[in-house]
Design a protein around this ligand. Structure first.
Ligand code: GPK
Length: 839
């Protein structure tokens, strides 16, 4: 009975010695305990990596306590929960972040110190968790941090890829990809839940059976694999709340296929079973193009099926009536990647729970919300019907039925406008009949979110114009944000201290709007001095890293100019490289006197190209070819350096952003849905040189156009420029210098003619600008780009002005905290409330 239960609980508690303590001595004891019993090294002799392992386990224990308490509290209060479904999470390192969010950074540093170790060195031992590609995936990670910090009852769901995003190595200037077998060194941040498993089924047939006089479809699957949960605690800052990121790994089913084993072919049967594990083996490395690969579809369904079984089981433990689902469950689709969830929930409600179709549909339409991350329709995900029909035959039927109902409704609303009907249809007819996952997500979601104002505007007027006409109220803007915990507190401790000192509080770490208080000190000379000192310290760290990685020595007096992000034609790293070549040409033509007035530059470029993206790979090679020329030109010396930082990832970003003076965001207007790198640089007091694209438009609103360097065509000019504008470079030979800037033509010619070597290899790259009509408008924007660069140079000479702009950047960055984004989602999309675990 209850009394017995309580007595047992009390005895357990008395055995427990209370919660783990966080004073330095207790921490040291725990670290040594883990050295001896978890890492199995002698406590009298262990190295930095073993210290990292032991400290991580020490922190993990503390996370687990909070994570248990949080979940017990959620179970007791039964709040509406948010389930954030994403196929990608770029978490990066966990140690520093956890220690900071737990509020025990000083204690840990002291504990390590007394054991003869240094916190920074130990933290450096950790590898990145890189289960994602780029912006979308890192944004998911930032959102998890904010969900935990703001006490929301949320779960993240994802896949536990054994190989994360490939490692980029550069050989002779070319990118090579190496597998990222990140689990080789163990992962103290996850908890294997070997008993939390679900069967996931594939293939097979659909049959019709009689059920209480009704005909009912059932799916007879052909293959079963098992999903095993790995839980990753996500601690909030300034709260006990620690939420869960549950990642699924595929394992062979624990049920045996008796027949296979009885035929005597034991070895082959085992080998075949083992194939199940391939499903969660590897992350697809191309962002924004997942088309028609069976393994990818398998990953998506594997993820969806396991997550929804888990979510439904939890719902059924607490509630009995599916009418309550919309009040208790919010399912968020992070892009279309998890959108098979829609068909899966319908299948569960109709086939398994025997609700009638309309009732099930009514419920489903109240639980899903959707965020899209692309601007252009070509980037939208489609799944060939043949593929879907063979892997998931019942789901295909359900998708057809959803579409049938939708088309009927649509005909009533808009009449027999066949062109519009076929454009809005979930099913795309044509050479390859496909399911349009974005249309599906829009039809079924109560809210469709854009990731910046400009992005939402494009969705409404272009990409999803017809859907907007039909359901204007569905479309909402939720401008992205990034977490100041990682992007200032973890990555830039000197700036953290400086901000807190001048604001007189650390409250901005939970309440980022407070950062605007820095404006009060924007003209204070002492503040300026300290501000510049912090930047100098961070530049020093970065310079050391650059020298270690590339052998290039750089001057701290130079302007550190950074462009780091995935390599894409639309992000225009090529424009940056052309600008650097231009700078080089100018320097070569100058006399000694003029050179003395030049602001020295260190140009830093970093980013990965998708393995199959030829043009992006050529941009990387060009960068190296140009760097080789410039860096070895003794005539130029410190006036200009170009370095490519290999293997750009979250932990490299943490080092690069604080050390940057200037950062570049060059996407052709109308292509970058939001951008989040710009926000991270802003938080680190780095000035932006940018086009008016994505969220930069809102950064301008917040800090004023005077406080960054803007250039380029505006979004509403782009279409016109592409059609009639000055952008048509072909044939280049005859182009008038008035139309295409002569400098630009000359630079293109240098690359084409082999000035940087590799003439043949760069041919298609040059063609992409010339013959392909300069789709991304490099020629058009070139002069404007050079002017913005010149303005940056001019400002840099005036350090007082520069520092002012830098301070105002940080002061205006509060609006770009993911805390703001998440609060907005929680209140207006998910309708969830904070649920704060008592201390
Ligand atoms: C968008 F469509 C995609 C994609 O597949 N991967 C990805 O990283 C990015 N994104 C956008 O390109 C960024 O503008 C945006 O800030 C980020 O998603 C987060 O919304």
């Amino acid at each position: 009975g209850l009394g017995e239960h309580r007595a047992k609980a009390e005895r357990m508690f008395s055995l427990m010695d209370g919660f783990l303590k966080n004073d330095p001595i207790s921490l040291q004891k725990d670290i040594l305990h883990h050295v001896e019993y978890t890492v199995a090294r002698s406590r009298f002799s262990f190295d930095d990596f073993e210290a990292y392992q032991a400290l991580s386990h020490t922190i993990r224990d503390r996370l687990i306590e909070r994570w248990h308490d949080t979940h017990i509290f959620f179970k007791r209060t039964k709040p509406k929960r948010l389930y954030f479904l994403s196929l990608e999470f770029l978490m990066g390192r966990s140690l520093s972040n956890s220690v900071i969010n737990l509020g025990i950074q000083d204690q840990c540093a002291e504990a390590l110190n007394q054991l003869g170790f240094e916190f920074e060195v130990v933290a450096e031992q950790e590898g990145d968790a890189a289960l994602g590609n780029g912006g979308l995936a890192r944004f998911s990670a930032c959102q998890m941090d904010s969900l935990a910090t703001l006490d929301y009852p949320a779960w993240g769901y994802g896949l536990r890829y054994e190989y994360g995003l490939f490692r980029q190595i550069i050989v002779d200037g070319f990118q090579h990809e190496q597998p990222d077998y990140w689990l080789n060194f163990g992962n103290p941040w996850e908890i294997a839940r070997i008993h939390v498993t679900y069967e996931v089924k594939f293939y097979g047939t659909v049959e019709e059976v009689e059920m209480n006089g009704d005909k009912q479809k059932i799916w007879i699957p052909g293959e079963t694999v098992e999903a095993v949960a790995y839980d990753n605690p996500i601690p909030g800052y300034g709260t006990r709340n620690t939420i869960n990121l549950r990642l699924w790994a595929a394992k062979p089913s624990s049920k045996f296929d008796l027949e296979a084993y009885n035929t005597g072919d034991y070895i082959n049967s085992v080998v075949n079973r083992q194939r199940a594990e391939t499903i969660s083996n590897v992350l697809y490395p191309d962002d924004r193009s997942h088309q028609g690969k069976e393994l990818r579809l398998k990953q998506q369904y594997f993820f969806v099926s396991a997550s929804l079984q888990d979510i439904m089981r939890r719902f059924k433990e607490e509630h009995t009536n599916f009418d309550e689902l919309p009040e208790k469950v919010a399912l968020h689709l992070n892009d279309t990647h998890p959108s098979l969830s829609i068909a899966e929930v319908m299948r569960m409600l109709v086939d398994e729970e025997h609700l009638n179709w309309n009732k099930a549909w009514d419920i489903v339409c109240k639980i899903f919300s959707f965020t899209t991350h692309t601007m252009v329709a070509e980037g939208l995900e489609k799944i060939p019907v043949d593929l879907l029909g063979s892997l998931l035959p019942r789901h295909l039927e359900i998708l057809y039925e959803i579409n049938h109902h939708f088309m009927e409704e649509l005909k009533e609303r808009i009449g027999l406008d066949y062109s519009r009907l076929s454009q809005m249809s979930i099913v795309e007819e044509g050479a390859v009949k496909s399911i349009r996952m974005a249309n599906l997500s829009i039809v079924c979601s109560h809210t469709v979110n854009g990731v910046s104002k400009l992005h939402l505007e494009t969705l409404k007027t272009k990409t999803f114009k017809d859907f907007y006409g039909l359901w204007p109220e569905k479309f909402q803007c939720k401008t992205n944000g990034v977490t100041q915990r990682r992007w200032i507190v973890v990555s830039n401790p000197s700036l953290r201290d400086l901000i807190s000192k001048w604001l007189g509080t650390e409250a901005w770490i939970r309440d980022p709007d407070i950062l605007s208080g820095l404006r009060d000190h924007v003209d204070n000379a002492d503040f300026h001095l300290e501000w510049k000192m912090v930047k100098r310290i961070n530049k020093m760290r970065l310079a050391e890293y650059i020298e270690a990685m590339s052998g290039v020595k750089v001057s701290l007096d130079a302007m550190f100019d950074v462009q780091v992000k995935r390599i894409h034609e639309y992000k225009r790293q090529l424009l940056n490289i052309f600008g650097i070549i231009h700078r080089y040409n100018c320097l070569k033509n100058m006399d000694k006197d003029s050179r003395r007035k030049v602001v020295p530059r260190v140009c830093i470029i970093g980013g990965k190209a998708a393995p199959g993206y030829e043009m992006a790979k050529k941009i990387i090679k060009l960068c190296h070819a140009v760097a080789e020329k410039i860096n070895n030109d003794t005539d130029i010396g410190d006036l200009l350096k170009l370095v490519f930082i290999p293997d750009y990832n979250v932990s490299v970003a943490e080092l690069v952003m604080p050390g940057a003076d200037l950062s570049q965001h060059l996407s052709t207007a109308g292509n970058e849905a939001s951008g989040t790198g710009n926000m991270k640089f802003l938080m680190n007091g780095c000035l932006l040189l940018a086009t008016e694209d994505g969220s930069t438009v809102e950064i301008i609103e917040e800090i004023g156009a005077d406080n960054l360097f803007l250039f380029g065509a505006k979004v509403d000019e782009v279409a016109d420029l592409r059609e009639n504008g000055v952008s048509n470079l072909a044939p280049l030979q005859n182009a008038s210098p008035l139309k295409v800037p002569l400098q630009f033509v000359r630079i293109l010619r240098m690359v084409r003619d082999g000035y940087f070597g590799h003439k043949d290899y760069f041919k298609t790259l040059c063609d992409s600008v010339e013959a392909a009509n300069d789709y991304y408008l490099l020629g058009t924007d070139f002069m404007s780009y050079l002017e913005a660069q010149a303005a940056a140079d001019k400002t840099f000479v005036n350090q007082e002005k520069w520092t002012r702009m830098s301070i105002l950047s940080v002061a205006g960055s509060g609006r770009f905290s993911s805390d703001r984004t998440i609060q907005d989602y929680a209140e207006s999309t998910w309708k969830i409330n904070p649920c704060r675990c008592p201390l």
